[in-house]
Design a protein around this ligand. Structure first.
Ligand code: UDP
Length: 314
């Protein structure tokens, strides 16, 4: 039976891929976004589709949608370090007030609720790789704290609605994800390096470039989210690709893949930048039968075309 789902942040990078997935499966999607960091470009291909409704709205306000709703996927939030540095209050508000509104809405509709959480709940981790049981190492008053703490609060609020109201909830901890529809100027390492490599500028490695990340292609992430939604797993689940790489290696890989002549230059490391990050995905493997299928290189190949188009390069 087809369902009706509300996706907050549905015009964002990951949100829009989720909209596509549910529409493709014959479900009805209500996409809610205020375009703070999302974009109509990400969903314009869905306009006019009878299965798709768009509502321009700030989810920190009371949410109202007529009729039944079977699931709420709460993906609204600035999510790149540059965005939440620029939008600290909005980031805190959408994680706190927005999550409260989205949970209240799910409860009123008796809908399944899925929270988009993040590897940032682990902060600058002292456990490596990161398992879901790890409580994290977060600086609450640092510049990244606005995102990290908002998401930690979101998780606490979600569990409270589950325990107190008996709401069916899921929490996905999303690790670095990439693919088409990332904003060219969102400041994240992948769009920054892609743009720099494709336009012949120096790739800006922050710090000594020895910090690590593990990049997951968006299609794999979406599959993990859908499986989690359909599971009965209340506790948080890491979804990400455990293939870890240093930022320097990543820069070299992108230079090679794009056939660029760019060099690498060094810039100061941002405050509280995690030194390592790699998901332990044992739980996702065991409880969801999920693991990433798209190797990073393949994902990067699929993504280059998108960035070229955005930059007007043939
Ligand atoms: N980074 C970099 N150059 C850039 C942008 C980011 O070296 O132009 C580094 C950043 O310091 C971090 C890593 O790349 O260590 C990933 O940063 P991103 O902003 O993509 O997200 P994060 O994983 O830190 O949330």
């Amino acid at each position: 039976m087809s369902s009706r789902v509300l996706i907050t942040g549905g015009a964002g990078f990951i949100g829009s891929h989720l909209c596509d997935r549910f529409v493709a499966e014959g479900d009805e999607v209500i996409c809610m976004d205020n375009f703070l960091t999302g974009s109509p470009d990400n969903i314009s291909h869905l306009f006019g589709n009878p299965k798709f409704t768009f509502v321009q709205y700030n989810v920190t306000e009371f949410i109202y949608v007529e009729g039944k709703v079977d699931a709420v996927l709460h993906f609204a939030s600035p999510a790149s370090p540059i965005d939440y540095l620029k939008l600290p209050i909005q980031t805190l508000k959408v994680g706190s007030l927005g999550t409260h509104k989205a949970l209240g809405f799910a409860k009123a509709k008796n809908a399944l609720f899925l929270l988009a959480s993040t590897s940032e709940v682990y902060g600058d981790p002292l456990m490596h790789p990161q398992k879901e049981e790890y409580w994290g190492n977060v600086n609450p008053i640092g510049v990244r704290g606005v995102y990290d703490e908002a998401k930690r609060f979101s998780e606490a609020m979600t569990m409270a609605y589950h325990r107190y109201h008996g709401l069916e909830t899921r929490i996905v901890r999303i690790f670095n994800t990439f693919g088409p529809r990332m904003r060219l100027d969102d400041g994240r390492v992948l769009p920054a390096f892609m743009k720099q490599a494709l336009t012949g500028e120096d790739l800006t490695a922050f710090g000594d470039g020895m910090q690590t990340r593990s990049f997951c292609y968006v299609d794999d992430l979406v599959e993990g989210v859908v499986r989690l939604l359909r599971s009965n797993c209340i506790d948080p689940v890491n979804i990400g690709n455990p293939d870890e790489i240093t930022i320097m290696q990543f820069a070299e890989e992108i230079i090679q893949l794009t056939g660029s002549k760019s060099k690498i230059s060094f810039m100061p490391l941002p405050e509280d930048d995690p030194k390592v990050r790699q998901p332990d995905i044992t739980k996702a493997r065991e409880t969801l039968g999920w693991e990433p299928k798209v190797p990073r290189i393949e994902g990067l190949r699929r993504t280059i075309g998108y960035f070229k188009t955005k930059l007007g390069i043939k």
